[in-house]
Design a protein around this ligand. Structure first.
Ligand code: PAF
Length: 303
């Protein structure tokens, strides 16, 4: 971990040495947002579960291009994890996250406890519609209700002008855009392209779980997506043909179990039989014990 010599942040405020305010409570957060609004600064929110990587930092870069004050939340949201999922072992490294966030120009970190976000007795949840039923929603029951509940709460607390989300979690992004539209929320949702390793693997905090052998196998996801994109560029329009080619590529890699290949339209993520530029192709697969997701839009290919 890089040294943080003389750069400790003080709770609820920034110091002469550090520009990063660290906020843990709702009064601290409200006081910070109030001061930003009083100074006529546009606020951009970057919600994360921490263990920051270049994918999160690309969200910060985009937020900084569009707003004067960027606040990054770090909260491993228990509501979005199923009972057999990885909540307890989800990677966490707050000291490193602080250094990375500050170096990238984040103005404030919001790092609440579970009790702050969900005080005892809290029971109201956001229930998504049918766009949440397929794909990730089918594999992870309750996941999107947990995501939308925490995002709704963050939007209420921060009241940002805009919030940045990655295209890598395409169904999450689609549902957040739909929630904002359905509930007439005055927040702009900014989509940021997936950031990849040089060999194509999409960045994810869960890549930290991969063994060396599984890490090298994991590139099969982006290879399969690339194959589908090439076939599209060569004129193939049948979803079934693209799916079969991808499934073949994925089958060739030992230790990889495909959960779904979704070839869908972008509004409600419903399957299509004929693809076009707008079509999204998403994959979920288990590589060893690790579940990974990735996707492309046919208009763009691997970003
Ligand atoms: O994408 C994530 O990291 C999380 O789902 C989010 C949006 C921060 C909500 O907990």
């Amino acid at each position: 971990m890089p040294a943080r010599c003389g750069k400790e942040s003080i709770r609820g405020e920034s110091t002469a040495l550090s520009r990063l305010a660290e906020l843990a409570t709702i009064p601290e957060l409200r006081s910070w947002t109030h001061s930003q609004r009083a100074a006529a600064r546009r606020i951009a929110l970057v919600p994360t579960m921490g263990y920051l990587h270049e994918g999160h930092l690309a969200l910060v870069d985009e937020a900084r291009r569009r707003a004067e004050a960027v606040i990054l939340s770090i909260f491993v949201n228990p509501l979005q994890f199923g009972p057999r999922e990885d909540l307890a072992r989800y990677p966490r490294d707050l000291p490193r996250d602080r250094v990375l966030a500050e170096a990238r120009g984040v103005a404030a970190l919001f790092v609440p406890t579970v009790e702050t976000m969900y005080p005892p007795g809290s029971e109201v949840r956001v229930i998504p519609g049918k766009t949440a039923e397929r794909w990730e929603g089918a594999a992870r029951p309750g996941h999107f209700s947990g995501v939308l509940t925490v995002v709704a709460k963050l939007f209420h607390l921060v009241e940002p002008q805009l919030a940045c989300f990655g295209q890598k979690d395409i169904q999450q992004l689609t549902l957040i855009k739909r929630m904002v539209r359905d509930l007439d929320w005055p927040v702009e949702i900014v989509e940021v392209s997936t950031v990849r390793e040089p060999d194509g693997l999409a960045l994810s905090s869960r890549n930290a779980y991969l063994s060396t052998a599984d890490r090298s196998r994991a590139t099969v996801l982006s290879r399969a997506l690339l194959l589908a994109h090439r076939a599209f560029c060569e004129g193939e329009r049948q979803a079934q043909v693209l799916e079969e080619r991808m499934a073949g590529e994925l089958r060739r890699e030992p230790g990889v179990t495909v959960e779904y290949i979704a070839i869908v339209e972008p509004e409600a993520l419903e399957p299509v039989s004929v693809v076009d530029q707008q079509t999204i192709i998403a994959i979920a697969a288990r590589i060893g014990g690790t579940r990974l997701i990735d996707n492309i839009r046919l208009a763009h290919g691997l970003t």
